[in-house]
Ligand binder design. Structure first.
Ligand SMILES: Cc1cc2nc3c(=O)[nH]c(=O)nc-3n(C[C@H](O)[C@H](O)[C@H](O)COP(=O)(O)OP(=O)(O)OC[C@H]3O[C@@H](n4cnc5c(N)ncnc54)[C@H](O)[C@@H]3O)c2cc1C
Length: 591
Protein backbone atom coordinates (compact mmCIF):
# COMPACT_ATOMS: atom_id res chain seq x y z
CA UNK A 1 0.00 0.00 0.00
CA UNK A 2 3.09 2.22 0.10
CA UNK A 3 2.62 3.51 3.64
CA UNK A 4 5.69 4.49 5.63
CA UNK A 5 6.20 2.63 8.90
CA UNK A 6 8.12 4.12 11.83
CA UNK A 7 9.34 1.98 14.69
CA UNK A 8 9.52 2.84 18.40
CA UNK A 9 9.65 1.10 21.76
CA UNK A 10 6.68 3.13 22.93
CA UNK A 11 4.18 5.41 21.24
CA UNK A 12 2.20 7.90 23.33
CA UNK A 13 -0.80 9.58 21.74
CA UNK A 14 -1.35 12.92 23.48
CA UNK A 15 0.99 15.53 24.94
CA UNK A 16 -1.16 16.81 27.81
CA UNK A 17 -0.21 16.25 31.43
CA UNK A 18 -0.82 12.50 31.30
CA UNK A 19 1.03 11.89 28.02
CA UNK A 20 4.00 14.03 29.00
CA UNK A 21 4.33 12.58 32.51
CA UNK A 22 4.32 9.09 30.94
CA UNK A 23 6.72 10.02 28.12
CA UNK A 24 9.18 11.46 30.62
CA UNK A 25 9.25 8.20 32.56
CA UNK A 26 9.69 6.18 29.35
CA UNK A 27 12.40 8.37 27.85
CA UNK A 28 14.33 8.55 31.12
CA UNK A 29 14.28 4.73 31.16
CA UNK A 30 16.17 4.85 27.87
CA UNK A 31 13.26 3.77 25.66
CA UNK A 32 12.75 5.24 22.20
CA UNK A 33 9.48 7.09 22.74
CA UNK A 34 7.27 8.91 20.23
CA UNK A 35 4.66 11.42 21.41
CA UNK A 36 1.99 12.45 18.89
CA UNK A 37 -0.09 15.58 19.39
CA UNK A 38 -2.64 17.47 17.30
CA UNK A 39 -1.27 20.73 18.72
CA UNK A 40 2.03 21.98 20.09
CA UNK A 41 2.42 20.06 23.40
CA UNK A 42 2.06 23.08 25.67
CA UNK A 43 -1.25 23.99 24.00
CA UNK A 44 -2.95 20.78 25.18
CA UNK A 45 -6.04 21.35 27.34
CA UNK A 46 -4.06 20.73 30.55
CA UNK A 47 -2.67 24.24 29.97
CA UNK A 48 -6.12 25.64 30.82
CA UNK A 49 -6.33 24.03 34.27
CA UNK A 50 -6.54 26.82 36.76
CA UNK A 51 -7.28 25.83 40.31
CA UNK A 52 -4.71 23.31 41.46
CA UNK A 53 -3.53 19.77 41.98
CA UNK A 54 -4.57 17.92 45.12
CA UNK A 55 -2.19 16.28 47.60
CA UNK A 56 -2.51 15.90 51.35
CA UNK A 57 0.76 17.70 52.05
CA UNK A 58 -0.76 19.37 55.10
CA UNK A 59 1.33 22.49 54.59
CA UNK A 60 -1.17 24.87 56.21
CA UNK A 61 -3.17 22.60 58.47
CA UNK A 62 -3.38 18.89 59.34
CA UNK A 63 -4.27 16.58 56.44
CA UNK A 64 -3.57 12.99 55.39
CA UNK A 65 -4.21 10.62 52.51
CA UNK A 66 -6.92 8.72 54.43
CA UNK A 67 -9.09 11.88 54.47
CA UNK A 68 -8.31 12.51 50.81
CA UNK A 69 -9.31 8.95 49.98
CA UNK A 70 -12.53 9.25 51.95
CA UNK A 71 -13.47 12.48 50.13
CA UNK A 72 -12.69 10.96 46.73
CA UNK A 73 -14.82 7.85 47.38
CA UNK A 74 -17.67 10.01 48.69
CA UNK A 75 -17.27 12.44 45.76
CA UNK A 76 -17.48 9.49 43.36
CA UNK A 77 -20.81 8.55 45.00
CA UNK A 78 -19.17 5.20 45.75
CA UNK A 79 -18.79 4.28 42.06
CA UNK A 80 -14.99 4.78 42.18
CA UNK A 81 -12.78 1.69 42.56
CA UNK A 82 -11.27 1.88 46.03
CA UNK A 83 -7.97 0.15 45.13
CA UNK A 84 -7.25 2.81 42.50
CA UNK A 85 -8.40 5.63 44.79
CA UNK A 86 -6.15 4.49 47.64
CA UNK A 87 -3.24 4.22 45.21
CA UNK A 88 -3.82 7.74 43.87
CA UNK A 89 -4.24 9.45 47.25
CA UNK A 90 -1.18 7.72 48.73
CA UNK A 91 0.98 8.60 45.73
CA UNK A 92 -0.22 12.23 45.64
CA UNK A 93 2.35 13.85 47.97
CA UNK A 94 5.16 11.96 46.17
CA UNK A 95 4.20 12.93 42.61
CA UNK A 96 3.56 16.57 43.55
CA UNK A 97 6.95 16.95 45.27
CA UNK A 98 8.51 15.20 42.26
CA UNK A 99 6.86 17.78 40.03
CA UNK A 100 8.23 20.53 42.24
CA UNK A 101 11.70 19.06 41.69
CA UNK A 102 11.05 19.01 37.92
CA UNK A 103 10.87 22.80 38.18
CA UNK A 104 7.15 23.48 38.68
CA UNK A 105 6.81 27.08 39.97
CA UNK A 106 4.24 26.55 42.73
CA UNK A 107 3.08 29.51 44.83
CA UNK A 108 4.72 29.49 48.25
CA UNK A 109 3.74 29.96 51.86
CA UNK A 110 5.89 32.38 53.89
CA UNK A 111 7.84 29.36 55.24
CA UNK A 112 8.71 28.27 51.67
CA UNK A 113 6.35 25.27 51.49
CA UNK A 114 3.90 24.82 48.56
CA UNK A 115 0.81 27.08 48.82
CA UNK A 116 -2.49 25.15 49.15
CA UNK A 117 -6.09 26.36 48.87
CA UNK A 118 -9.43 24.70 49.72
CA UNK A 119 -11.52 23.14 46.92
CA UNK A 120 -15.01 21.64 46.69
CA UNK A 121 -15.56 18.35 48.49
CA UNK A 122 -12.07 18.25 50.05
CA UNK A 123 -12.75 18.09 53.81
CA UNK A 124 -11.04 17.14 57.06
CA UNK A 125 -11.93 14.37 59.56
CA UNK A 126 -13.49 11.95 57.03
CA UNK A 127 -15.98 14.50 55.80
CA UNK A 128 -17.02 15.57 59.31
CA UNK A 129 -14.65 18.54 59.70
CA UNK A 130 -14.20 21.80 57.81
CA UNK A 131 -12.89 22.22 54.23
CA UNK A 132 -9.15 21.57 54.13
CA UNK A 133 -6.39 23.28 52.11
CA UNK A 134 -5.33 20.48 49.77
CA UNK A 135 -5.08 22.07 46.29
CA UNK A 136 -1.45 22.93 45.44
CA UNK A 137 -1.54 25.95 43.16
CA UNK A 138 0.48 28.22 40.92
CA UNK A 139 -1.83 31.29 41.06
CA UNK A 140 -4.81 30.42 38.81
CA UNK A 141 -2.55 28.94 36.12
CA UNK A 142 -1.59 25.61 37.68
CA UNK A 143 -2.02 23.52 34.52
CA UNK A 144 -0.01 26.02 32.50
CA UNK A 145 2.92 25.82 34.90
CA UNK A 146 2.69 22.04 35.09
CA UNK A 147 2.60 21.46 31.34
CA UNK A 148 5.60 23.70 30.74
CA UNK A 149 7.62 22.02 33.48
CA UNK A 150 6.85 18.58 32.01
CA UNK A 151 7.57 19.65 28.43
CA UNK A 152 10.96 21.06 29.33
CA UNK A 153 11.88 17.86 31.15
CA UNK A 154 10.85 15.82 28.11
CA UNK A 155 13.03 17.91 25.81
CA UNK A 156 15.93 17.20 28.15
CA UNK A 157 15.10 13.46 28.08
CA UNK A 158 15.09 13.36 24.25
CA UNK A 159 11.43 12.40 23.81
CA UNK A 160 10.57 12.36 20.07
CA UNK A 161 7.67 14.80 19.57
CA UNK A 162 5.47 14.59 16.49
CA UNK A 163 3.65 17.90 16.58
CA UNK A 164 0.49 18.40 14.53
CA UNK A 165 0.07 14.71 13.91
CA UNK A 166 -3.38 13.18 14.36
CA UNK A 167 -3.69 9.52 15.30
CA UNK A 168 -6.52 8.00 13.25
CA UNK A 169 -6.88 4.41 14.43
CA UNK A 170 -5.49 1.77 16.75
CA UNK A 171 -3.81 -1.25 15.13
CA UNK A 172 -4.64 -4.68 16.60
CA UNK A 173 -3.57 -8.04 15.18
CA UNK A 174 -5.89 -11.04 14.75
CA UNK A 175 -5.36 -12.01 18.42
CA UNK A 176 -6.25 -8.49 19.58
CA UNK A 177 -2.68 -7.50 20.48
CA UNK A 178 -2.04 -3.79 20.01
CA UNK A 179 0.75 -2.88 17.59
CA UNK A 180 0.56 0.91 17.44
CA UNK A 181 -1.45 3.53 15.56
CA UNK A 182 -2.18 4.82 12.08
CA UNK A 183 -1.61 8.59 12.03
CA UNK A 184 -1.86 11.55 9.68
CA UNK A 185 0.59 14.42 9.44
CA UNK A 186 -1.70 17.43 9.42
CA UNK A 187 0.64 19.58 7.35
CA UNK A 188 0.70 17.18 4.39
CA UNK A 189 -2.20 14.71 5.01
CA UNK A 190 0.37 11.91 4.67
CA UNK A 191 -0.64 8.70 6.46
CA UNK A 192 2.08 6.90 8.44
CA UNK A 193 2.07 3.85 10.71
CA UNK A 194 3.68 4.20 14.15
CA UNK A 195 4.52 0.68 15.23
CA UNK A 196 5.63 0.09 18.81
CA UNK A 197 5.94 -2.57 21.49
CA UNK A 198 3.55 -0.63 23.73
CA UNK A 199 0.96 2.08 22.98
CA UNK A 200 -0.46 4.62 25.44
CA UNK A 201 -3.58 6.70 24.83
CA UNK A 202 -3.52 10.05 26.67
CA UNK A 203 -5.83 11.96 24.35
CA UNK A 204 -7.80 13.82 27.01
CA UNK A 205 -11.52 14.57 27.13
CA UNK A 206 -14.44 14.93 24.75
CA UNK A 207 -16.44 17.85 26.14
CA UNK A 208 -17.15 19.00 22.60
CA UNK A 209 -20.06 16.54 22.35
CA UNK A 210 -22.05 19.23 24.22
CA UNK A 211 -23.03 22.64 22.87
CA UNK A 212 -21.76 24.47 25.96
CA UNK A 213 -18.38 23.32 27.25
CA UNK A 214 -15.29 24.58 29.05
CA UNK A 215 -13.21 22.25 26.88
CA UNK A 216 -10.79 23.23 24.13
CA UNK A 217 -11.91 22.72 20.50
CA UNK A 218 -9.41 19.86 20.18
CA UNK A 219 -11.13 17.85 22.96
CA UNK A 220 -12.96 15.58 20.55
CA UNK A 221 -12.59 12.20 22.22
CA UNK A 222 -10.26 10.79 19.58
CA UNK A 223 -8.86 8.14 21.93
CA UNK A 224 -12.38 6.99 22.78
CA UNK A 225 -13.41 6.83 19.11
CA UNK A 226 -10.28 4.90 18.16
CA UNK A 227 -10.72 2.47 21.06
CA UNK A 228 -14.41 1.92 20.30
CA UNK A 229 -13.71 1.21 16.63
CA UNK A 230 -11.06 -1.31 17.71
CA UNK A 231 -13.57 -3.26 19.81
CA UNK A 232 -12.58 -1.85 23.23
CA UNK A 233 -15.59 -0.98 25.43
CA UNK A 234 -16.03 2.46 27.02
CA UNK A 235 -16.75 2.57 30.76
CA UNK A 236 -19.23 4.77 32.68
CA UNK A 237 -19.81 7.21 29.84
CA UNK A 238 -23.11 8.42 31.33
CA UNK A 239 -21.16 10.41 33.92
CA UNK A 240 -20.24 13.92 32.76
CA UNK A 241 -19.33 16.70 35.10
CA UNK A 242 -20.99 20.05 34.62
CA UNK A 243 -18.79 22.70 36.20
CA UNK A 244 -20.90 25.14 38.21
CA UNK A 245 -19.13 28.27 37.05
CA UNK A 246 -18.81 28.71 33.30
CA UNK A 247 -19.14 32.36 32.17
CA UNK A 248 -22.81 32.73 31.14
CA UNK A 249 -23.05 32.71 27.33
CA UNK A 250 -19.35 32.03 26.67
CA UNK A 251 -18.86 28.79 28.62
CA UNK A 252 -15.29 29.76 29.57
CA UNK A 253 -14.30 28.37 32.96
CA UNK A 254 -14.08 30.33 36.19
CA UNK A 255 -12.12 28.05 38.52
CA UNK A 256 -13.60 26.67 41.71
CA UNK A 257 -10.48 28.19 43.28
CA UNK A 258 -12.50 31.44 43.25
CA UNK A 259 -14.88 29.89 45.77
CA UNK A 260 -11.84 28.36 47.49
CA UNK A 261 -10.55 31.90 48.01
CA UNK A 262 -13.95 32.96 49.44
CA UNK A 263 -16.24 33.55 46.43
CA UNK A 264 -20.00 33.19 47.02
CA UNK A 265 -22.87 32.22 44.70
CA UNK A 266 -25.94 34.45 44.85
CA UNK A 267 -29.41 34.35 43.24
CA UNK A 268 -31.53 37.26 42.01
CA UNK A 269 -32.39 38.40 45.54
CA UNK A 270 -28.72 38.37 46.53
CA UNK A 271 -29.24 35.29 48.70
CA UNK A 272 -26.31 32.92 49.35
CA UNK A 273 -28.50 30.00 48.24
CA UNK A 274 -25.93 27.21 48.78
CA UNK A 275 -26.61 27.50 52.53
CA UNK A 276 -29.97 25.85 51.84
CA UNK A 277 -28.61 23.01 49.67
CA UNK A 278 -25.36 22.17 51.50
CA UNK A 279 -25.48 23.66 55.03
CA UNK A 280 -22.01 22.38 55.93
CA UNK A 281 -19.82 22.80 52.83
CA UNK A 282 -21.98 25.58 51.29
CA UNK A 283 -20.33 27.01 48.13
CA UNK A 284 -17.60 24.38 48.44
CA UNK A 285 -19.90 21.38 48.12
CA UNK A 286 -19.11 18.87 45.39
CA UNK A 287 -19.57 20.09 41.80
CA UNK A 288 -22.62 18.01 40.90
CA UNK A 289 -24.38 19.28 44.04
CA UNK A 290 -23.60 22.95 43.29
CA UNK A 291 -24.54 22.64 39.59
CA UNK A 292 -27.94 21.15 40.43
CA UNK A 293 -28.60 23.81 43.07
CA UNK A 294 -27.86 26.53 40.49
CA UNK A 295 -30.15 24.97 37.88
CA UNK A 296 -32.90 24.60 40.50
CA UNK A 297 -32.59 28.30 41.42
CA UNK A 298 -32.82 29.27 37.74
CA UNK A 299 -35.73 26.87 37.04
CA UNK A 300 -37.64 28.21 40.05
CA UNK A 301 -37.40 31.79 38.78
CA UNK A 302 -34.58 33.07 40.99
CA UNK A 303 -32.05 33.44 38.16
CA UNK A 304 -30.37 36.78 37.40
CA UNK A 305 -30.27 39.05 34.35
CA UNK A 306 -33.07 40.03 31.97
CA UNK A 307 -33.71 36.39 31.06
CA UNK A 308 -33.22 35.08 34.61
CA UNK A 309 -30.90 32.49 33.09
CA UNK A 310 -27.79 32.61 35.29
CA UNK A 311 -26.64 33.21 38.88
CA UNK A 312 -23.84 35.43 40.20
CA UNK A 313 -20.41 34.57 41.54
CA UNK A 314 -19.49 37.31 43.99
CA UNK A 315 -15.92 38.15 45.09
CA UNK A 316 -16.42 41.89 45.58
CA UNK A 317 -15.91 41.38 49.35
CA UNK A 318 -12.36 40.03 48.81
CA UNK A 319 -9.29 42.20 49.14
CA UNK A 320 -8.40 43.44 45.61
CA UNK A 321 -4.79 42.46 46.43
CA UNK A 322 -5.86 38.82 46.82
CA UNK A 323 -7.76 38.93 43.52
CA UNK A 324 -4.76 40.45 41.73
CA UNK A 325 -2.22 38.00 43.15
CA UNK A 326 -4.17 34.73 43.49
CA UNK A 327 -6.76 35.06 40.68
CA UNK A 328 -5.28 37.32 37.99
CA UNK A 329 -6.30 35.04 35.09
CA UNK A 330 -9.90 34.93 36.33
CA UNK A 331 -10.11 38.70 36.48
CA UNK A 332 -8.87 38.82 32.89
CA UNK A 333 -11.37 36.16 31.71
CA UNK A 334 -14.20 37.93 33.50
CA UNK A 335 -13.37 41.30 31.94
CA UNK A 336 -12.94 39.78 28.46
CA UNK A 337 -15.82 37.31 28.33
CA UNK A 338 -18.40 38.74 30.76
CA UNK A 339 -17.53 42.45 30.53
CA UNK A 340 -17.29 42.58 34.32
CA UNK A 341 -14.38 43.52 36.61
CA UNK A 342 -14.90 41.08 39.52
CA UNK A 343 -13.27 43.52 41.94
CA UNK A 344 -16.30 45.78 41.39
CA UNK A 345 -19.21 43.52 40.36
CA UNK A 346 -20.18 39.81 40.51
CA UNK A 347 -19.58 37.47 37.54
CA UNK A 348 -22.61 35.91 35.70
CA UNK A 349 -22.18 32.11 35.68
CA UNK A 350 -24.01 28.91 34.59
CA UNK A 351 -23.14 25.18 34.80
CA UNK A 352 -21.17 24.07 31.73
CA UNK A 353 -19.93 20.66 30.53
CA UNK A 354 -16.45 20.22 31.92
CA UNK A 355 -15.13 16.70 32.41
CA UNK A 356 -15.80 13.07 31.50
CA UNK A 357 -15.61 10.68 34.43
CA UNK A 358 -15.80 7.62 32.14
CA UNK A 359 -13.37 6.41 29.50
CA UNK A 360 -11.23 3.48 28.41
CA UNK A 361 -11.33 0.86 31.20
CA UNK A 362 -7.97 0.50 32.97
CA UNK A 363 -6.61 -0.75 36.29
CA UNK A 364 -4.42 1.46 38.48
CA UNK A 365 -1.33 0.23 36.63
CA UNK A 366 -2.65 1.98 33.53
CA UNK A 367 -3.23 -1.30 31.68
CA UNK A 368 -6.37 -1.38 29.53
CA UNK A 369 -8.48 -4.22 30.88
CA UNK A 370 -11.34 -6.14 29.28
CA UNK A 371 -13.10 -8.88 31.24
CA UNK A 372 -10.40 -8.80 33.89
CA UNK A 373 -7.53 -9.31 31.41
CA UNK A 374 -5.06 -6.68 30.18
CA UNK A 375 -5.09 -6.00 26.43
CA UNK A 376 -1.60 -6.92 25.18
CA UNK A 377 0.47 -3.76 24.63
CA UNK A 378 -2.29 -1.21 25.30
CA UNK A 379 -2.38 1.44 28.04
CA UNK A 380 -4.42 4.57 28.81
CA UNK A 381 -4.02 7.45 31.27
CA UNK A 382 -5.54 10.83 32.05
CA UNK A 383 -9.03 12.02 31.16
CA UNK A 384 -9.41 9.45 28.35
CA UNK A 385 -8.98 6.61 30.86
CA UNK A 386 -11.34 5.28 33.53
CA UNK A 387 -9.26 3.76 36.34
CA UNK A 388 -11.87 4.42 37.95
CA UNK A 389 -10.90 7.03 40.55
CA UNK A 390 -13.62 9.58 39.86
CA UNK A 391 -16.58 7.21 39.73
CA UNK A 392 -19.81 9.14 39.21
CA UNK A 393 -18.38 12.57 40.03
CA UNK A 394 -14.82 13.95 40.15
CA UNK A 395 -13.56 16.28 42.86
CA UNK A 396 -11.82 19.42 41.61
CA UNK A 397 -7.98 19.13 41.44
CA UNK A 398 -8.15 15.33 41.38
CA UNK A 399 -7.70 15.31 37.61
CA UNK A 400 -4.29 16.97 37.49
CA UNK A 401 -3.35 14.49 40.21
CA UNK A 402 -4.73 11.61 38.14
CA UNK A 403 -2.50 12.70 35.21
CA UNK A 404 0.64 12.60 37.35
CA UNK A 405 -0.14 9.37 39.21
CA UNK A 406 -1.43 7.31 36.31
CA UNK A 407 0.85 8.88 33.70
CA UNK A 408 3.70 7.60 35.82
CA UNK A 409 2.20 4.21 36.74
CA UNK A 410 1.19 3.40 33.17
CA UNK A 411 4.70 4.23 31.97
CA UNK A 412 6.20 1.98 34.65
CA UNK A 413 3.91 -0.86 33.49
CA UNK A 414 4.98 -0.22 29.89
CA UNK A 415 8.67 -0.31 30.83
CA UNK A 416 8.22 -3.73 32.50
CA UNK A 417 6.19 -4.99 29.54
CA UNK A 418 8.61 -3.73 26.87
CA UNK A 419 11.56 -5.39 28.62
CA UNK A 420 9.86 -8.77 28.20
CA UNK A 421 9.17 -8.33 24.48
CA UNK A 422 11.44 -9.74 21.75
CA UNK A 423 13.91 -7.24 20.30
CA UNK A 424 12.29 -7.24 16.84
CA UNK A 425 8.75 -5.98 16.33
CA UNK A 426 6.27 -8.56 14.99
CA UNK A 427 4.99 -8.40 11.42
CA UNK A 428 2.50 -5.56 11.04
CA UNK A 429 -1.15 -6.65 10.89
CA UNK A 430 -2.56 -4.79 7.89
CA UNK A 431 -6.34 -5.19 8.32
CA UNK A 432 -6.79 -2.24 10.71
CA UNK A 433 -4.38 -0.10 8.68
CA UNK A 434 -6.45 -0.73 5.55
CA UNK A 435 -9.71 0.06 7.37
CA UNK A 436 -8.26 3.34 8.56
CA UNK A 437 -7.03 4.33 5.11
CA UNK A 438 -10.48 3.44 3.71
CA UNK A 439 -12.14 5.69 6.29
CA UNK A 440 -10.16 8.69 5.06
CA UNK A 441 -10.76 7.68 1.43
CA UNK A 442 -14.54 7.54 2.03
CA UNK A 443 -14.45 11.12 3.16
CA UNK A 444 -12.47 12.25 0.14
CA UNK A 445 -14.80 10.40 -2.25
CA UNK A 446 -18.14 11.41 -0.69
CA UNK A 447 -20.53 13.41 -2.84
CA UNK A 448 -24.04 14.70 -2.06
CA UNK A 449 -23.18 14.37 1.61
CA UNK A 450 -23.86 16.23 4.83
CA UNK A 451 -21.88 19.27 5.95
CA UNK A 452 -19.63 18.52 8.93
CA UNK A 453 -20.70 21.60 10.89
CA UNK A 454 -24.39 20.71 10.46
CA UNK A 455 -23.96 17.18 11.77
CA UNK A 456 -21.82 18.42 14.65
CA UNK A 457 -24.27 21.15 15.65
CA UNK A 458 -27.13 18.67 15.59
CA UNK A 459 -25.17 16.26 17.82
CA UNK A 460 -24.36 19.04 20.29
CA UNK A 461 -27.98 20.21 20.38
CA UNK A 462 -29.24 16.68 21.04
CA UNK A 463 -26.70 16.04 23.80
CA UNK A 464 -27.36 19.37 25.51
CA UNK A 465 -31.15 19.04 25.38
CA UNK A 466 -31.48 15.33 26.16
CA UNK A 467 -28.54 14.53 28.42
CA UNK A 468 -27.76 17.66 30.51
CA UNK A 469 -27.53 18.52 34.23
CA UNK A 470 -30.97 16.98 34.94
CA UNK A 471 -32.11 13.97 32.91
CA UNK A 472 -35.64 12.84 32.14
CA UNK A 473 -36.75 9.33 31.20
CA UNK A 474 -38.63 10.23 28.02
CA UNK A 475 -36.01 12.73 26.89
CA UNK A 476 -33.27 10.12 27.21
CA UNK A 477 -35.20 7.51 25.23
CA UNK A 478 -35.88 10.09 22.51
CA UNK A 479 -32.25 11.16 22.73
CA UNK A 480 -31.08 7.65 21.84
CA UNK A 481 -33.18 7.67 18.65
CA UNK A 482 -31.99 11.14 17.74
CA UNK A 483 -28.30 10.43 18.29
CA UNK A 484 -28.55 7.29 16.11
CA UNK A 485 -30.02 9.54 13.42
CA UNK A 486 -27.06 11.92 13.80
CA UNK A 487 -24.77 8.90 13.42
CA UNK A 488 -26.25 8.35 9.96
CA UNK A 489 -25.47 11.97 9.09
CA UNK A 490 -21.88 11.52 10.26
CA UNK A 491 -21.48 8.45 8.04
CA UNK A 492 -22.24 10.67 5.04
CA UNK A 493 -20.20 13.79 5.81
CA UNK A 494 -18.62 15.51 2.88
CA UNK A 495 -15.78 18.01 2.70
CA UNK A 496 -15.67 20.64 -0.02
CA UNK A 497 -11.95 21.25 0.30
CA UNK A 498 -10.00 18.11 -0.59
CA UNK A 499 -6.54 19.67 -0.68
CA UNK A 500 -3.67 17.99 1.16
CA UNK A 501 -1.97 20.96 2.82
CA UNK A 502 -3.17 21.77 6.36
CA UNK A 503 -6.70 20.79 5.51
CA UNK A 504 -8.59 21.57 8.72
CA UNK A 505 -11.90 20.55 7.11
CA UNK A 506 -10.63 16.97 6.83
CA UNK A 507 -9.38 17.02 10.42
CA UNK A 508 -12.73 18.29 11.71
CA UNK A 509 -14.60 15.61 9.78
CA UNK A 510 -12.35 12.90 11.26
CA UNK A 511 -12.79 14.39 14.75
CA UNK A 512 -16.56 14.27 14.34
CA UNK A 513 -16.31 10.51 13.65
CA UNK A 514 -14.80 10.21 17.13
CA UNK A 515 -17.23 12.58 18.83
CA UNK A 516 -20.23 10.64 17.60
CA UNK A 517 -18.92 7.44 19.22
CA UNK A 518 -18.66 9.30 22.53
CA UNK A 519 -22.13 10.81 22.14
CA UNK A 520 -23.69 7.40 21.44
CA UNK A 521 -21.90 5.79 24.37
CA UNK A 522 -23.08 8.60 26.65
CA UNK A 523 -26.72 8.66 25.62
CA UNK A 524 -27.16 4.88 25.54
CA UNK A 525 -25.43 4.33 28.89
CA UNK A 526 -27.44 7.19 30.48
CA UNK A 527 -30.72 5.89 29.14
CA UNK A 528 -30.04 2.44 30.62
CA UNK A 529 -29.00 3.60 34.13
CA UNK A 530 -32.36 4.16 35.84
CA UNK A 531 -30.94 5.51 39.13
CA UNK A 532 -29.41 8.86 40.15
CA UNK A 533 -25.75 8.80 41.17
CA UNK A 534 -23.18 11.61 41.22
CA UNK A 535 -23.43 13.64 38.04
CA UNK A 536 -26.15 11.41 36.53
CA UNK A 537 -29.50 12.57 37.91
CA UNK A 538 -32.85 11.31 36.61
CA UNK A 539 -36.28 12.61 37.42
CA UNK A 540 -37.74 9.10 37.55
CA UNK A 541 -35.31 7.71 40.15
CA UNK A 542 -37.39 7.41 43.34
CA UNK A 543 -36.05 8.91 46.60
CA UNK A 544 -36.84 6.20 49.22
CA UNK A 545 -35.06 5.02 52.40
CA UNK A 546 -33.49 2.21 50.31
CA UNK A 547 -32.61 4.56 47.45
CA UNK A 548 -31.53 7.85 49.08
CA UNK A 549 -31.57 10.73 46.53
CA UNK A 550 -32.43 8.15 43.89
CA UNK A 551 -29.20 6.15 44.31
CA UNK A 552 -29.98 2.45 43.99
CA UNK A 553 -27.02 0.45 45.33
CA UNK A 554 -28.88 -2.83 45.17
CA UNK A 555 -29.24 -2.71 41.40
CA UNK A 556 -26.78 -0.11 40.18
CA UNK A 557 -23.57 -0.25 42.20
CA UNK A 558 -21.75 -1.32 39.03
CA UNK A 559 -19.77 0.09 36.13
CA UNK A 560 -21.32 0.38 32.67
CA UNK A 561 -19.41 -0.94 29.65
CA UNK A 562 -20.64 0.20 26.22
CA UNK A 563 -19.50 -1.73 23.14
CA UNK A 564 -19.74 -0.04 19.76
CA UNK A 565 -20.70 -3.33 18.13
CA UNK A 566 -24.52 -3.38 18.31
CA UNK A 567 -24.49 -0.68 21.05
CA UNK A 568 -24.31 -3.54 23.54
CA UNK A 569 -24.08 -2.81 27.28
CA UNK A 570 -22.38 -4.97 29.89
CA UNK A 571 -21.74 -4.24 33.54
CA UNK A 572 -18.90 -5.02 35.93
CA UNK A 573 -18.73 -4.76 39.71
CA UNK A 574 -17.25 -1.77 41.54
CA UNK A 575 -14.11 -2.67 43.50
CA UNK A 576 -14.97 -1.74 47.09
CA UNK A 577 -11.74 -3.27 48.44
CA UNK A 578 -8.85 -0.83 48.92
CA UNK A 579 -5.24 -2.06 48.87
CA UNK A 580 -4.29 -1.82 52.55
CA UNK A 581 -7.14 -0.24 54.51
CA UNK A 582 -10.76 -1.08 55.32
CA UNK A 583 -13.44 -0.37 52.74
CA UNK A 584 -15.15 3.01 52.96
CA UNK A 585 -18.67 1.95 53.75
CA UNK A 586 -21.61 3.01 51.64
CA UNK A 587 -23.71 5.83 52.99
CA UNK A 588 -26.01 8.55 51.68
CA UNK A 589 -24.05 11.48 50.28
CA UNK A 590 -24.63 14.96 51.69
CA UNK A 591 -22.41 18.01 52.20
C1 LIG B 1 -10.78 24.96 31.63
C2 LIG B 1 -10.39 23.76 32.44
C3 LIG B 1 -9.86 23.92 33.72
C4 LIG B 1 -9.50 22.82 34.48
N1 LIG B 1 -8.98 23.01 35.73
C5 LIG B 1 -8.55 21.93 36.45
C6 LIG B 1 -7.90 22.10 37.71
O1 LIG B 1 -7.66 23.20 38.20
N2 LIG B 1 -7.51 20.99 38.38
C7 LIG B 1 -7.72 19.74 37.89
O2 LIG B 1 -7.34 18.77 38.55
N3 LIG B 1 -8.34 19.57 36.70
C8 LIG B 1 -8.74 20.62 35.96
N4 LIG B 1 -9.34 20.42 34.75
C9 LIG B 1 -9.38 19.08 34.18
C10 LIG B 1 -8.00 18.71 33.66
O3 LIG B 1 -7.32 19.88 33.25
C11 LIG B 1 -8.07 17.75 32.47
O4 LIG B 1 -8.86 16.66 32.81
C12 LIG B 1 -6.68 17.27 32.13
O5 LIG B 1 -5.81 18.35 31.93
C13 LIG B 1 -6.66 16.36 30.92
O6 LIG B 1 -5.30 16.03 30.67
P1 LIG B 1 -4.90 14.91 29.64
O7 LIG B 1 -3.41 14.80 29.69
O8 LIG B 1 -5.69 13.69 29.88
O9 LIG B 1 -5.36 15.49 28.23
P2 LIG B 1 -5.17 16.94 27.53
O10 LIG B 1 -4.39 17.88 28.34
O11 LIG B 1 -6.50 17.33 27.05
O12 LIG B 1 -4.26 16.56 26.29
C14 LIG B 1 -4.72 15.73 25.25
C15 LIG B 1 -3.61 15.57 24.25
O13 LIG B 1 -3.98 14.60 23.30
C16 LIG B 1 -3.69 15.08 22.01
N5 LIG B 1 -4.58 14.39 21.08
C17 LIG B 1 -5.92 14.23 21.17
N6 LIG B 1 -6.37 13.52 20.13
C18 LIG B 1 -5.29 13.21 19.38
C19 LIG B 1 -5.10 12.50 18.17
N7 LIG B 1 -6.12 11.94 17.51
N8 LIG B 1 -3.85 12.40 17.68
C20 LIG B 1 -2.79 12.98 18.31
N9 LIG B 1 -2.92 13.66 19.46
C21 LIG B 1 -4.16 13.76 19.98
C22 LIG B 1 -3.87 16.56 22.08
O14 LIG B 1 -3.15 17.21 21.05
C23 LIG B 1 -3.27 16.83 23.46
O15 LIG B 1 -1.87 16.92 23.36
C24 LIG B 1 -9.69 21.53 33.97
C25 LIG B 1 -10.21 21.35 32.70
C26 LIG B 1 -10.58 22.46 31.94
C27 LIG B 1 -11.18 22.22 30.59
Amino acid sequence: MGIAIRHFDAVVVGAGGAGMRAALQLSEAGLKTAVLSKVFPTRSHTVAAQGGVSASLGNSEPDNWHWHMYDTVKGSDWLGDQDAIEFMCREAPKVVVELEHFGMPFDRNPDGTIYQRPFGGHMSEFGEGKPVRRACAAADRTGHAMLHALYQRNVRANTHFFVEWMALDLIRDAEGRVQGVVAMEMETSEIVVFQAKATLFATGGAGRIFASSTNAFINTGDGLGMAARAGIPLEDMEFWQFHPTGVAGAGVLITEGVRGEGGILRNSSGERFMERYAPNAKDLASRDVVSRAMVSEINEGRGCGPNKDHVLLDITHLDPEVIMSKLPGIREISIKFAGVDPIKAPIPVVPTCHYQMGGIPTNYHGEVVIQGRPVHGFYAAGEVACASVHGANRLGTNSLLDLLVFGKSSANSMIDFIKKQPEDLPELAMADVERSVARVARLDGQTNGVQVHEARAEMQRVMQAHCGVFRFKDMLAEGVDKILEVEKMVAKTEIGDKSKVFNTARIEALELENLIEVAKATMISANARTESRGAHVRDDAPDTPDTPNGRDDKNWLKHTLWFRDGNRLEYKPVNLQPLTVETIKLKARSY
